[in-house]
Design a protein around this ligand. Structure first.
Ligand SMILES: [Zn+2]
Length: 53
């Protein structure tokens, strides 16, 4: 468990560099607006017809 497996970035689908944390990749490779729009798109709640609005 000494080495970390490269993680695929969910935003750009690129694997992170060897030993690089996904967080570091996100900070280095993606702007804040880019991350915001990605998270917003991912968290879009499908319309279920819930009357509690
Ligand atoms: Zn990325």
């Amino acid at each position: 468990m000494a080495t970390r497996e490269p993680v695929e970035c969910p935003v750009c689908r690129e694997p992170t560099a060897q030993g690089q944390q996904l967080e570091d990749h996100l900070l280095e490779s993606h702007s804040k607006p880019e991350l915001a729009s990605f998270v917003a798109a991912e968290t879009t709640v499908p319309a279920t017809g819930d009357p509690a609005d």
